[in-house]
Structures are given as structure tokens and as C-alpha cells.
Design a protein around this ligand. Sequence first.
Ligand SMILES: [Zn+2]
Length: 112
Amino acid sequence: MKPYMVFSRCCGSREGACLVFAHNRQEACKVAWKECYWEITDEWIDVDVRLLKENTDWLFTLSDPAKVDTAHCISVPVSCQQCNKWGDPINHEGCCPDCWDYIQAQRKDNPI
Ligand SMILES: [Zn+2]
């Protein structure tokens, strides 16, 4: 199983993307179309898929443990509360590493 990002080719991944665990690109497209297409697009030919190569340990913590060897879709993955992106590990305050660095720098510059 590999993690894939599935999104609208026309709108791009910034407009919304699902996390899909599948054995290959074709399977990822099929699963996304069956389980969560309404989150991304209403046109089959508009579905695009990208293999995610970074933070795979984190991404697999988001998978459904009941579907370890079955392709499945996470339509709304845990995302950063600041920038709404997903894919990077989210910390205990709900932030991705980039936003967390920014917040830490702000706190250092403006101590209470
Ligand atoms: Zn963020």
C-alpha cells in the first residue's frame, strides 16, 4: 500500500484533496472516485493522482486500521489549523512544521 493525494486536475490540490491508500495510481483513482469524488470533482477525467513520498510514516497513522490491506479513502485528512494543508505531521497544537516555526518565532519576538 502507498499513500496518494487525489485532487481535481483543473482546480489543483490547493482547492481540496483526498488521501487515498492504494496499491497503484489506477486503484487510487478508482477508490477516490467511488468513495470521495464529491470532495474533489464531478468529472472522472478531471481526477488526478500523485504518489506521496514524504512523511509516509505520519500519513499511515491517518489510515483506517480496519482496512490495512484494502484500498481506501480518507476524504478529510487531519490538517493544519493555520494553513489547512495536510501531508506534514500535525503537532499537539494542530500545526504543521512551517506554521509552528512561524508561531514560535512570533512568540519569541512578542513575549507576553
Ligand atoms: Zn500549516
